[in-house]
Every structure is written in C-alpha cells, then in structure tokens.
Design a protein around this ligand. Structure first.
Ligand SMILES: [Zn+2]
Length: 100
C-alpha cells in the first residue's frame, strides 16, 4: 500500500489491514520533495493541510540538526528522512496497527 500523504487516510489503512489482511506497510519519502520544501518555508501556504503541518512539527523537533546543514537541498533531504522515521512511529501508534 502506498499513501503519499499522511495518516489522514486511516480508513484506507483500516481496510488494508483489517479486510485485505495486509501484513507489511512501507513508509517512504523521496528526496527533493516539493511538499517538504514548501513546509520548511515560512511563507503562508494558504489552507495548510495536515500533511504539511505534520512536516512542520518534524522540522521543529529536529530544528537544531537540520539548521546545522549548510546546503538547502541537504536540509530538505534530511527533513524528508526524519519525516519517514516520524511517520513510521505515528503509524505504529494507531489502534489499527496495535490491534493487528
Ligand atoms: Zn513529494
């Protein structure tokens, strides 16, 4: 199952795990992600969605490490990696996964 957003799609997760009996879920990101890059800027993003808000939280948790990287592309890519780690933890905490 591939979900390129966040856990807004809990109903998809629930269906996959409980009905389709999916046993393995891959959480992945991709380097150079424009969504993550946008989340790192201070610019207003209009109606900010939950996915971008989550990424802003991950940035806040790891601000010191990320801000210590010189290149902008390096900062974006490190946040992409940290976001994957964070989303695996979020996924593991859901009642759907806990129950399974
Ligand atoms: Zn992307």
């Amino acid at each position: 199952m591939v979900v390129h957003t966040d856990l807004n799609m809990l109903s998809v997760l629930q269906y996959a795990v409980e009905v389709l009996k999916v046993k393995h879920i891959i959480v992945c990101g991709h380097y150079g992600c424009g969504g993550v890059k946008a989340a790192m800027t201070r610019k207003s993003l209009g109606l900010i969605n939950k996915w971008l808000r989550n990424i802003k939280d991950v940035y806040r948790f790891h601000k010191e490490e990320i801000d210590g990287i010189n290149e902008e592309s390096g900062r974006v890519n490190r946040l992409i990696e940290l976001n994957v780690v964070e989303q695996v933890m979020n996924l593991a905490k859901t009642s759907i996964i806990q129950t399974a």
